[in-house]
Design a binder for this molecule. Structure first.
Ligand SMILES: [Zn+2]
Length: 110
């Protein structure tokens, strides 16, 4: 999958179209991601018999990766992502706009 957690993405479809946000979680098998403050749904929880009060909780629902574009950390533009093979045999992501490599934000954290 081209989008990893901690990436910044632009939403290209749905009610939050045009927003950008940070990816909090990425589900690779379902190809869905959870983006901070995007696709927020409100859930009303009824009070329970044991005395737990009713409440309203807001949380982000996962969205499909096909509805977002990665914002390149180098040129700050929403870009398509390509893969290239490195000399060590590993695959690396790169921006198709500026050609710069895009590191895994998790691995580049210091
Ligand atoms: Zn770029």
């Amino acid at each position: 999958m081209k989008i990893l957690s901690s990436d910044t993405v632009l939403i290209t479809a749905g009610k939050d179209k045009g927003k950008t946000g940070k990816v909090m979680r990425a589900d690779h098998s379902a190809r869905k991601i959870v983006v901070e403050k995007v696709n927020i749904v409100t859930k009303h929880i009824k009070k329970r018999a044991d005395g737990t009060p009713g409440q309203i909780v807001k949380f982000e629902k996962p969205i499909d990766v096909s509805n977002v574009k990665l914002v390149c950390p180098n040129c700050k533009k929403p870009a398509r992502v390509g893969f290239k093979k490195l000399e060590n045999g590993k695959k690396a992501r790169f921006c198709k706009k500026c050609g710069e490599g895009i590191a895994n934000p998790k691995l580049s954290k210091k």
